[in-house]
Design a protein around this ligand. Structure first.
Ligand code: FE2
Ligand code: FE2
Length: 416
């Protein structure tokens, strides 16, 4: 018996043949390789019958007993097939997620991210070893290039560091009673913001369960993004109600625009429409609102929301940019998506007129003819600025200037 190699020894001391002993054996054999010999070291000299019986029951080969100094060595060889195709790797530990962990950040960890998630990757992520027979989920988004955005781990950390609380971080008591015309305009703007925030919450929600968790950072980031959107819905609702005004009107244009965004089932196209085109334009709108809101508390609401939105835009920009880099033909399909959406929007052929008037009143400071006219001009300027910045973003993700101009021009009059 002495010449038999074994690589696994289990020390069981005084434990008699029992449930707890066999649980240990089951697991040792489960993770061992076929033909591997497992040594069970016991203080008991008389557990041979039970071990032999257990081995036979499990289809393993009982090899015999050997006397050690004060203990006994029982050896059993695994003969059943392997349950796991690989072993956990000690040095592969989610580099991105760990870069902010002080205990792990200096270790030289490798984290190879495959371009396609393994087929047997269940509802688990890189580095977890899967048992044979694990159910197959068939995630629709199982390729890295369909979902990945390189700064995602940094953005995720930033999102956590910059969380805020819509209840306690806003000085609600300091919101003044505005002139009713201005207050009504603010309430109309808040109504519009809430509608748009709902689409920003629901659209990632639609995709999150389609993303293979092998690319764990993406669903984690999207869930933090969704938390941001929930907070935006909350804070804009609270502001609409702060002076008793409450929600105002929703226009068909806005709902139609958001509907066409929601209908998009391709994740890259959706990311393009929502983050690059929509939220990017939204950031310009929030800049405008921050500038013209008459009170500091409401300015802060807008400012904090804008900071979140900029992070969402950053995710989408890198996502779509790298998707284009890896397949330049995608530019054409993004263009088609934008134009198809325009056709759908053209069926109503108008702007969000109620919103635009409210924006003009806000920027002008009142609905007195002079102020209103000034405000209206400022809104026109805003639209120009939105267009210029949209073109810049489209060029940034890899489009040429002419195409960027064309696509920006057909962007929804709803801004998002
Ligand atoms: Fe938002
Ligand atoms: Fe957002």
């Amino acid at each position: 018996m002495n010449n038999l190699n074994h690589s696994i020894s289990i020390f069981i001391g005084n434990i008699p043949p029992s449930k707890e002993l066999f649980l240990k054996l089951e697991n040792a054999f489960l993770v061992a390789d076929t033909h591997q010999i497992i040594e069970i070291v016991s203080l008991k000299s008389n557990i041979e019958i039970e071990l032999r019986g257990w081995a036979r029951l499990r289809g393993h080969l009982y090899l015999g007993r050997e006397n050690l100094k004060e203990q006994y060595s029982y050896k059993i060889q695994k003969t059943s097939k392997n349950s796991f195709t690989s072993k956990p790797a000690w040095d592969k530990k989610m580099k991105g997620i760990n870069s902010s962990n002080p205990k792990l950040k200096d270790l030289n960890l490798s984290d190879e991210i495959l371009s396609k998630a393994p087929e047997d990757n269940g509802l688990l992520t890189r580095g977890i070893v899967t048992q044979e027979g694990t159910p197959r989920y068939d995630f629709e988004l199982s390729h890295k290039e369909l979902v990945w955005s390189e700064p995602v781990s940094v953005l995720y950390e930033e999102g956590k560091n910059l969380q805020w609380n819509a209840t306690t971080d806003i000085a609600w008591n300091e919101i003044p009673n505005l002139n009713p015309v201005l207050e009504k305009a603010v309430c109309q703007i808040m109504t519009y913001l809430v509608e748009n925030e709902f689409s920003a919450l629901y659209i990632p929600g639609k995709f999150i369960s389609k993303i293979n968790p092998y690319y764990m950072e993406i669903p984690l980031f999207l869930s933090s993004l969704m938390n941001d959107e929930a907070r935006h819905i909350e804070v804009f609702t609270k502001r609409a109600n702060a002076n008793g005004g409450g929600f105002q009107y929703s226009s068909e244009v806005t709902q139609r625009s958001l509907y066409s965004l929601f209908q998009e089932d391709d994740y890259i196209k959706s990311s393009f429409l929502l983050h690059v085109m929509g939220e990017g334009t939204f950031v310009d709108l929030l800049n405008f609102l921050e500038k013209y809101m008459p009170d500091e508390a409401t300015k802060k609401i807008i400012k904090l929301s804008k900071r979140d939105e900029m992070r969402h835009v950053a995710y989408g920009m890198e996502h779509v940019k790298s998707a284009i880099e890896q397949n330049p033909k995608r530019i054409n399909s993004l263009k088609n998506t934008a134009f198809k959406r325009k056709e759908f929007m053209d069926e109503v052929n108008s702007e969000s007129s109620i919103l635009l008037e409210s924006l003009a009143i806000l920027a002008g400071g009142s609905d007195e003819p002079q102020a209103y006219k000034k405000g209206f001009d400022l809104v026109e300027e805003l639209k120009e600025k939105m267009n210029t910045n949209r073109i810049k973003r489209l060029i940034d993700i890899g489009m040429d200037e002419d195409l960027a101009n064309d696509i920006s021009k057909v962007h929804t009059p709803n801004f998002m």
